[in-house]
Design a protein around this ligand. Structure first.
Ligand code: NAD
Length: 499
């Protein structure tokens, strides 16, 4: 069995703890590798080495740091298929979805190629007599990224690219269920010219996460994962004086107005509800049709589309719609929630619990389930299912639908399908959710905007990637300068290159 490593000071390093966790092939249920779980000592040692490496990296001019991003981007493109396969092998998502995972991370690397522009400070000429003010953005030092299983390429890239190009060193702690992509990305960025020690990939579980949170050298923590862990990490990081931005779970609603194009809405719901087996923080898990007629017509359009979904391993070809869920425990939990939904009175229109795939009977496949007549007091509504289950909550009016979204404790993404610009505009303005789609089901903003939810979907005050990432990963220093009279001639006028 393959034994994975950490990636420290530019090289693969075996774990010393003797503790491992198994990595499954979710399609077959077989163990395909084991990953070491780092100790506190291993973490502290990696941080100390990162702090040394950061001194040189932080003093390297921004344009040179950006050139590493340019080469890194080129290498990611060159290795796109290999990286996508690595994602799919451990996560189980389809190959086109695996490529999407890499692509949406690459786009953040592309924005980081323009980092010198983002890192420029501000300047006030003659703020007082002979006085100028200027501000600089300086790196924090050593920062950490802690990432979830569901986007093994994209989210580590969201964390590492802005942090590194801003001049920090990073401790990246990927999900222990899908760590191989992060290890490969570390190899590629090293090949692109990142000095050894500036990116340290440390594998592990709660023990190493707590060690990161308690390490005094680590200045900031960027976390993505479930809400209870996000809140815990935010609290412990803040207590220890660190900056933290912690993104959590979701329950994303799509409102379908009576004037919506129902074919387009149904297509969107199937993709956003069942794509990646529902294991996306921006998945639509609740459909909210407005009016009984809209609801009946929508369900009628959804059923044949869901029946056509092809569920299978990523190796079965590009026309597979979605793959297995991540673990046997996730499968059991999802099926258990579907059973609870039935017990609590929801109408199970399509039942995915007994799904089995010939030749892959031990894989973690879950068939698609569709619920109608779901109410907010049911567990299937209250919990983030994170599986291929779509719940329909019928609303009597637009206001009732909007209230439902507003009252939900999560606020990651939401969407509205309508032909009316005024309704769409009102929705975008009033809804208390971080990312809004108008006739667009999964509104993950492009990489030069920012990504972040509201309410229990995010703890902290700055979003991921885009301009916010540069604010999060730098400290502002503002200088007020006055120069007394001096020699105004005799300067040096020959042109010098910056580097
Ligand atoms: P998770 O919270 O179980 O794990 C995330 C990270 O936290 C992992 O690296 C894990 O090792 C670590 N961790 C787990 N338990 C811990 C503990 N008790 N103490 C300290 N660290 C711990 O999340 P997951 O199952 O890997 O990912 C799925 C979740 O992530 C979903 O809730 C999903 O909505 C969310 N997510 C959110 C976003 C977003 O940007 N808001 C994006 C993707 C995924």
């Amino acid at each position: 069995m393959q034994e994975l490593t950490h990636f420290i000071n530019g090289a693969h390093v075996k774990g010393t703890s003797g503790r491992f966790t198994e990595i499954f092939n979710p399609a077959t249920g077989e163990v395909q590798a084991k990953v070491p779980l780092a100790t506190v000592e291993e973490l502290n040692d990696a941080v100390a080495k990162a702090a040394e490496a950061q001194k040189v990296w932080g003093a390297t001019n921004p344009q040179r740091r950006a050139r590493v991003m340019m080469k890194f981007g080129a290498l990611i493109n060159e290795h796109m298929d290999e990286l996508a396969e690595l994602v799919s092998r451990e996560h189980g998502k389809t190959l086109p979805d695996g490529r999407g995972d890499v692509q949406r991370g690459l786009e953040v690397v592309e924005v980081c190629m323009g980092a010198p522009h983002m890192l420029k400070g501000e300047f006030t000429d003659d703020g007082g007599p002979g006085i100028d003010l200027y501000s600089m953005r300086q790196p924090l030092g050593v920062v950490a990224g802690i990432t979830p299983f569901n986007f093994p390429a994209m989210i580590p890239l969201w964390k590492m690219a802005p942090a590194l190009v801003a001049g920090n060193a990073m401790i990246l702690k990927p999900s222990e269920r899908c760590p191989s992509t992060s290890l490969r990305l570390a190899e590629l960025i090293t090949e692109a010219g990142l000095p050894a020690g500036v990116l340290q990939v440390i594998n592990g579980d709660k023990e190493v996460v707590d060690a990161i949170l308690d390490n005094e050298t680590v200045q900031a923590v960027g976390f993505v994962g479930s809400t209870p862990i996000a809140q815990y990490i935010y609290g412990r990081a803040a207590t220890n004086g660190k900056r933290a931005q912690c993104f959590g779970g979701a329950k994303n609603h799509m409102i379908i107005m009576p004037d919506a194009d129902l074919d387009k809405a149904a297509d969107a719901l199937v993709g956003a509800g069942y794509g990646a087996a529902g294991e996306r923080c921006m998945a639509i898990s609740v459909a909210v049709p407005v009016g009984a007629e809209t609801a009946d017509a929508l369900i009628e359009k959804l059923v044949p589309r869901i029946e056509k979904l092809k569920v299978g391993p990523y190796t079965a070809g590009e026309d597979v719609d979605y793959g297995p869920v991540i673990t046997a425990a996730a499968k059991a939990r999802i099926n258990g929630l579907v059973t609870k939904g039935v017990e609590q009175g929801a109408t199970l229109v399509m039942d995915g619990r007994d799904f089995s795939l010939q030749g892959y009977e031990d894989g973690f496949f879950v068939g698609p389930s569709l619920f109608d007549n779901v109410t907010p007091d049911m567990d299937i509504y209250k919990e983030e299912i994170f599986g291929p289950v779509l719940s329909t909550v019928r609303a009597g009016s637009y206001e009732e639908a909007l209230e439902l979204v507003i009252d939900n404790p999560y606020g990651n993404g939401t969407a509205i399908y309508t032909a009316d610009g005024d309704t769409a505009r009102d929705f975008a303005h009033r809804v208390n959710v971080g990312m809004v789609g108008i006739n667009f089901p999964i509104p993950v903003p492009l990489s030069y905007h920012t990504f972040g939810g509201w309410k229990k979907s995010a703890f902290g005050d700055l979003n991921q990637y885009g301009p916010d990432a540069f604010r999060f990963y730098t400290k502002t220093k503002t200088v007020t300068a006055r120069w007394f009279s001096g020699i105004k001639e005799g300067g040096e006028f020959n042109f010098k290159a910056m580097d």
